[in-house]
Design a protein around this ligand. Structure first.
Ligand SMILES: Nc1ncnc2c1ncn2[C@@H]1O[C@H](COP(=O)(O)OP(=O)(O)OP(=O)(O)O)[C@@H](O)[C@H]1O
Length: 264
């Protein structure tokens, strides 16, 4: 049995008396500890897939099983990291993480254990030095790190990331990708990440799910990335497996599934 399984997932939305089918027959099995990214052109339905797994949207057909149990509502076993951190501005960095920990650890951890767990997760993303600052006082990259710490502190079975580094400059983004890879090696979380960035997808993923264009989008192809870990970006620039995977994704996106406006 797969750890996380999407079978025959489809969804249609009704708007102004018109129904539009966004996803059709999305089938995907993910193993425990696997890092899977989803890539596809804007508007194809990537966030919709993630939101269905998060339990924020209900599939019109098919469904999602996590360890054999049907997903039909949000839960702490599936933490989401959004593109725009979504921290509470009136709370400090530590308090933002504490809020998430309190939600899941009440009754399971003592007060001292909770405090230690909060500090542990702040340290995991190198944010101890700014733990008493409020979101407005820290950079965008730091906010994303706190968002990741907050999600990890909930000890989710699956970490769902919707373009977590999309709003960041290239250097900060590279730094956070490296940190995420280090955390991933230590924790072996199951991760689903949406990205528009081909290099990010190849660098981080065990498999890359490539989606066709909507309407009625589905999985066009799944590309395994058989690169050993730990992965170092500088070593990979000329690595044949890396170069091949990168070319395969680019070919899928810009040759075989180019958006009509770009096809010309
Ligand atoms: N709640 C909703 N009601 C109606 N339509 C929706 C809803 N959610 C998503 N859609 C539509 O579904 C389609 C896919 O949206 P989605 O955000 O999943 O795409 P995406 O691939 O994540 O896009 P992007 O890469 O631009 O973030 C879009 O046409 C969008 O307008």
């Amino acid at each position: 049995m797969a750890h996380l399984s999407l079978s025959q997932v489809g969804i249609s939305f009704r708007r102004g008396g018109k129904t539009s089918e966004v996803l059709r027959d999305v089938n995907l099995d993910i193993a425990k500890g696997e890092f899977v990214s989803i890539i596809g052109h804007s508007g194809c339905g990537k966030s919709t897939v993630l939101n269905i797994v998060a339990g924020l949207l209900k599939a019109s057909t098919g469904g999602v099983l996590l360890d054999g149990r049907e997903v039909n509502a949000p839960g702490p076993d599936r933490a989401v990291v959004f593109q725009n951190h979504s921290l509470l501005p009136w709370l400090t960095v530590r308090e933002n993480v504490a809020l998430a920990v309190d939600k899941v650890a009440k009754g399971k951890k003592t007060r001292a254990e909770r405090t230690e767990w909060i500090e542990h997760n702040l340290a995991l993303v190198n944010m101890m030095h700014a733990a008493d600052k409020r979101p407005a006082e820290i950079s965008g990259g730091m906010k994303q790190r706190v968002g990741i710490a907050r999600a990890l502190a909930m000890e989710p079975t699956v970490l769902l990331m919707d373009e977590p580094f999309g709003a960041l400059d290239a250097l900060t983004r590279a730094h956070l990708q490296d940190q995420l890879m280090e955390i991933q090696i230590r924790l072996r979380n199951t991760v689903i990440m949406i990205t528009h960035d081909v290099d990010e997808a190849v660098l981080l993923s065990d498999r890359i799910v490539m989606m066709t264009n909507g309407p009625s989008a589905t999985i066009g192809e799944i590309l395994p990335v058989p690169l050993a870990r730990p992965r170092r970006r500088l070593d990979l620039v000329e690595d044949a497996t890396y170069v091949h995977a990168r070319a395969a994704v680019l070919e899928f996106l810009y040759a075989r599934h180019a958006k009509p406006a770009m096809a010309a």
